[in-house]
Design a protein around this ligand. Structure first.
Ligand SMILES: *[C@@H]1O[C@H](CO)[C@@H](O)[C@H](O)[C@H]1NC(C)=O
Ligand SMILES: *[C@@H]1O[C@H](CO)[C@@H](O)[C@H](O)[C@H]1NC(C)=O
Ligand SMILES: *[C@@H]1O[C@H](CO)[C@@H](O)[C@H](O)[C@H]1NC(C)=O
Ligand SMILES: *[C@@H]1O[C@H](CO)[C@@H](O)[C@H](O)[C@H]1NC(C)=O
Ligand SMILES: *[C@@H]1O[C@H](CO)[C@@H](O)[C@H](O)[C@H]1NC(C)=O
Ligand SMILES: *[C@@H]1O[C@H](CO)[C@@H](O)[C@H](O)[C@H]1NC(C)=O
Ligand SMILES: *[C@@H]1O[C@H](CO)[C@@H](O)[C@H](O)[C@H]1NC(C)=O
Ligand SMILES: *[C@@H]1O[C@H](CO)[C@@H](O)[C@H](O)[C@H]1NC(C)=O
Ligand SMILES: *[C@@H]1O[C@H](CO)[C@@H](O)[C@H](O)[C@H]1NC(C)=O
Length: 662
C-alpha cells in the first residue's frame, strides 16, 4: 500500500517540475551531430583574426535563427574572412530552429576547433563555415549517410524505384517551382505503407545547383541504402530524407503563443490546475488501493472456477470482437495457437513448468508438438492487463522483429484464457544474473558491453527504426531476457505505447512502470516520451556495469539511490570506485568511466537534456566522440516506496502497474 507519508516528498519536486517546465519549455535536440571538418594546413590568413571573424559570423547566424530558416553572412575580408550559413528544415517552427542552431554553433566549435572549414548537421538544421566564399557554389563530395536505420524492406527493388521516382518528383518541384522555395515534401503509397520524403536545398543555390545537389544525393542514398526502410542524406548544400512514417508533420512545440503579459496568469492557472489534479490523483490512489485489496480476494475464487472449466472449447467473445478482420485466420501462418496444444505443451500449466511470475501473470515453459521450446505467459483473469492491453500487446509485437526483441510466436484467446506464446530464453532474465554474485561472475566486461549495446539497439529499433514509434515504458533488468549466447532481448510489451507521428510527448492518466527506473516527469505527471525510456536505460546501464541493483539501495534504508551514489562519486572524481569488483580484470577504467558517463547523461532530470537513443548508440560505439557534462540526475524517485509497502509484490521486482491511479 502506498502510504500517506510519501505525499510531501512528491509534491515538492512535482511543483518544481511544473515551474521548470514553464520556464524552459523549449525543445533541445541532442542528436549526434554529423560533421565534416577540413584541415587546411596551408591556410594563408591569420588564424586569430579568422577566429574572431568566426565568432562574429556565428553570433550573426544565431541571432537570425528565430526569424528565418536560412541565413548567410560573411565577416571580415580575405584572406581572414569567414563565410557562413545555416539552414533549418522547412517544417521546423521558428523557435525550434533557434534551439537547433544554438546547438549547432556549440557543436561546430567543439567538434571542429582550429579548422577553417566545417559543416555540422543536427536533427533539423545544418550550419557551415569556410574561409572561402562557397555561397552558390556546389560541393557534393563527402556526403554523409545516416546508417542508423538498418531495417531492411522486404521488396527492395520495387521500394527503390518508388523512392527514386518520389524523390525525383520532389526534387523537380523544390528546384524549379519558385513558390516551393527549394523545399518539398511528399508522400506516396507503397504496399500497405506510406513513404514520406523530404528534400531541401540551401537558399544560396540556383535552381540548377539545387537540382544537381539533390540528384547526387539521390544517387548516393539509393546506391548505398536502397534496401533500408528509411535514410537521410545530409549534404553540404542540400538535405534528403525518407521514412515510412510522417516525420515532417510533427508539431514540435505549441507554446509561445501567449506573450509575456499573460505569463503570470498562465502560471497561476497551471499551478491551480496542477494542485487540483494532484489532490484528485492522491484520492484516486487511496480508493484504488482499497479496491485492489478486494479484487485480489475475488481473483482467487475466479481462478478456481476457471480451472473447473478446462476443456471447454469455444472462441470467446473477446476473441471475435478484438481480432476479427485484423488477420486472416485461414492463412498458413496464423498466429493463433489453440488451447489444447498449449495445455499439452505445458502439462496443463503444471507447477513444475512454471518459470516465474510476471507483472501480469505466471509464465510457463512449454514444448510444442513440433519440439519447439516456448514460454507461455498466462494472463491472470483479473490482471490489470485488460482486453485492450492484450490486443495492444499482440498486435504490436506481431509487427516487431529485431534480434534484440523477444519474438512473439503466437497467442491464444480461447475461453477466458489469454495466453501469449514467446520464444523460450534459456538463460532467463538479466536480473537473475546481475543480482546473484556467483552468476554475475559469468558476465565479464565484453559480455556486459554486448548486453548494453543490444538493449540500446532494441530500444532504438522501438523508437525509430520500426514502422511505428513505440515507447516501452517498463524497461528494467527483469524485462531483458538472455538467449543461449547471452544476447539480450527486450520483453514485456504490455505497457508499451505507440506514438503517432504527431505526438512527441503524451500524457497518461494510468502510470505503469517500475519505481527506480521511471523518469521523473513520467512518475509524477504521467508524461511519457522516448526520453522516459532513455532514463530507464540509463539506470539499467548503471546497474549492469556496477553490478548493483536499484532495489538493493532501496531496501537498505538510509543508503542513497544508485543514481545519487553514482552522481556523488562522479562529482568527487571517484566514479571508478563503482566498478563491479568482478570486472577488475576485464575492464579498462577509461571505458568504464565512459559508460558511467553515458548512464548519467541518460538519467538527467530534465528530459530535454537526455540524449536520444540514436545518440546513445553512437556514443556507445564510438569512443572518439566527446560527451558533454551530465546535469544532475533525478534521484528522488524510487526512494519513497518499499517492498512491504506496495499493493503487489512480484518476483520480477516492483511492478506498479497495479497501483497506478485510474
Ligand atoms: C588535422 O590533421 C591532423 C594530421 O593529419 C590530424 O591529427 C587532426 O586530427 C586533424 N584535425 C582535424 C580537426 O581534422
Ligand atoms: C594576427 O592578428 C592579430 C590581431 O590583429 C595580431 O596581433 C597578430 O600578430 C597576427 N598574427 C600574425 C601571425 O600575423
Ligand atoms: C541578422 O543578423 C544581423 C547581424 O546580427 C542583423 O543585422 C540582421 O538584422 C539580422 N536579420 C534579421 C532578419 O534579424
Ligand atoms: C517565423 O519564420 C517565418 C519565416 O520562416 C517568418 O516569416 C515569421 O515572421 C517568423 N515568426 C516569428 C514570430 O518570428
Ligand atoms: C588551436 O590552436 C591554438 C593556437 O594555434 C592552440 O593553442 C590550441 O591548442 C589549438 N586547439 C586545438 C584543440 O587544437
Ligand atoms: C569540396 O570540399 C572538399 C573538402 O572540403 C575539398 O577538398 C574539395 O576541394 C571541394 N571541392 C570543390 C569543387 O570545391
Ligand atoms: C539488408 O540488405 C543488405 C543488402 O541486401 C545486406 O547487406 C544487409 O546485411 C541487410 N541488413 C539486414 C539488417 O538484414
Ligand atoms: C508550384 O507550386 C504551387 C503550390 O505549391 C502549385 O500550385 C503550382 O501549380 C506549381 N507550379 C508548377 C509549374 O508546377
Ligand atoms: C548570401 O549568398 C548570396 C549568394 O547566394 C550572396 O549574393 C549574398 O551576398 C550572401 N549574403 C551575405 C550577407 O553574404
Amino acid at each position: 500500500m502506498i502510504h500517506a507519508h510519501i505525499v510531501p516528498k512528491v509534491i515538492g519536486p512535482f511543483l518544481l517540475y511544473v515551474f521548470l517546465a514553464l520556464l524552459c519549455n523549449n525543445l533541445a535536440y541532442a542528436d549526434p551531430p554529423y560533421f565534416i571538418c577540413s584541415n587546411n594546413s596551408n591556410y594563408a590568413g591569420n588564424i586569430t583574426l579568422f577566429q574572431n571573424n568566426l565568432q562574429d559570423a556565428i553570433f550573426s547566424l544565431s541571432s537570425n535563427a528565430s526569424v528565418s530558416k536560412f541565413y548567410n553572412t560573411s565577416k571580415g575580408n580575405d584572406p581572414d574572412g569567414v563565410y557562413s550559413l545555416y539552414m533549418c528544415l522547412g517544417y521546423v517552427p521558428n523557435e525550434t530552429c533557434q534551439t537547433c542552431i544554438t546547438t549547432a554553433t556549440q557543436d561546430i566549435l567543439r567538434l571542429c576547433p582550429n579548422t577553417t572549414e566545417a559543416v555540422v548537421w543536427e536533427e533539423v538544421c545544418q550550419l557551415r563555415f569556410s574561409n572561402k566564399n562557397f555561397f552558390g557554389q556546389l560541393n557534393v563530395t563527402g556526403n554523409v549517410l545516416d546508417l542508423d536505420n538498418k531495417k531492411n524492406i522486404s521488396e527492395p527493388e520495387q521500394f527503390k524505384s518508388v523512392v527514386k521516382e518520389t524523390l525525383n518528383t520532389l526534387t523537380k518541384r523544390a528546384a524549379f517551382n519558385l513558390s516551393a522555395n527549394l523545399y518539398a515534401t511528399g508522400e506516396v503509397a507503397f504496399e500497405d505503407n506510406t513513404i514520406y520524403a523530404l528534400v531541401q536545398c540551401t537558399k544560396d543555390l540556383s535552381a540548377d545547383g539545387c537540382n544537381s545537389c539533390l540528384q547526387r544525393a539521390i544517387t548516393d542514398v539509393l546506391t548505398c541504402c536502397y534496401f533500408s526502410i528509411g535514410a537521410r542524406l545530409p549534404s553540404r548544400s542540400c538535405f534528403l530524407r525518407y521514412e515510412l512514417y510522417n516525420f515532417y508533420e510533427a508539431p514540435t512545440s505549441t507554446n509561445g503563443q501567449g506573450g509575456s503579459n499573460g505569463w503570470k496568469t498562465w502560471m497561476m492557472v497551471i499551478l491551480a490546475v496542477a494542485s487540483a489534479c494532484l489532490a484528485i490523483v492522491l484520492l484516486g490512489f487511496c480508493i484504488f488501493c482499497l479496491k485492489m485489496r478486494k479484487k485480489a480476494k475475488k481473483c482467487e475464487r475466479e481462478t478456481i472456477s476457471q480451472q473447473a472449466n478446462i476443456g471447454d472449447h469455444y472462441i470467446s467473445n473477446f476473441h471475435r470482437t478484438n481480432f476479427q478482420g485484423r488477420y486472416d485466420p485461414n492463412t498458413r501462418e496464423s498466429p493463433h495457437i489453440d488451447l489444447a496444444s498449449i495445455l499439452a505443451a505445458t502439462n496443463n500449466f503444471s507447477d513444475s513448468n512454471k518459470l516465474g511470475e510476471g507483472g501480469f501473470g505466471p509464465v510457463y515453459k512449454g514444448i510444442l508438438s513440433d519440439g519447439k521450446e516456448v514460454a507461455v505467459k498466462r494472463l491472470s483473469y483479473c490482471s490489470e492487463q485488460g482486453s485492450q492491453e492484450f490486443t495492444n500487446e499482440v498486435l504490436l509485437i506481431m509487427k516487431l522483429q529485431h534480434k534484440n526483441l523477444v519474438r512473439l510466436l503466437g497467442f491464444c484467446t480461447e475461453r477466458e484464457e489469454k495466453l501469449l506464446v514467446y520464444e523460450f530464453m534459456p538463460n532467463s532474465s538479466l536480473d537473475v544474473f546481475l543480482f546473484d554474485p556467483r552468476r554475475r561472475a559469468q558476465l565479464n566486461w565484453s559480455k556486459r558491453r554486448n548486453i548494453i549495446c543490444g538493449i540500446a539497439r532494441g530500444i532504438l529499433y522501438l523508437h525509430e527504426d520500426s514502422r511505428l514509434k513505440i515507447i516501452h515504458r517498463d524497461l528494467k533488468a527483469s524485462n531483458v531476457l538472455l538467449d543461449y549466447d547471452m544476447n539480450p532481448k527486450i520483453s514485456d510489451f504490455g505497457t508499451a505505447r505507440i506514438l503517432t507521428g504527431s505526438e512527441g510527448e503524451t500524457n497518461t492518466a494510468k502510470i505503469v512502470g517500475t519505481y527506480g527506473y521511471m523518469a521523473p516527469e513520467y512518475a509524477m505527471e504521467g508524461l511519457y516520451s522516448i526520453k522516459s525510456d532513455v532514463f530507464s536505460f540509463g539506470v539499467l546501464l548503471l546497474e549492469i556495469i556496477t553490478g548493483r541493483g536499484n532495489a538493493s539501495f532501496r531496501r537498505s534504508k538510509g543508503a542513497p539511490s544508485l543514481l545519487a551514489y553514482a552522481w556523488q562519486l562522479w562529482n568527487e572524481g571517484k566514479a571508478i570506485e563503482m566498478m563491479d569488483p568482478l570486472l577488475n580484470d576485464s575492464c579498462y577504467p577509461d571505458e568504464f568511466l565512459r559508460y558511467i558517463h553515458i548512464g548519467l547523461l541518460c538519467a538527467q532530470e530534465d528530459a530535454n537534456d537526455r540524449p536520444t537513443m540514436s545518440s546513445v548508440a553512437v556514443m556507445l560505439k564510438n569512443e572518439s566522440i566527446t560527451l558533454c557534462q551530465p546535469q544532475r540526475p533525478a534521484f528522488s524517485i524510487g526512494r519513497f516506496t518499499d517492498h512491504n509497502e506496495t499493493c503487489y509484490d512480484s518476483i520480477n521486482g516492483l511492478s506498479i502497474s497495479n497501483i497506478g491511479p485510474r
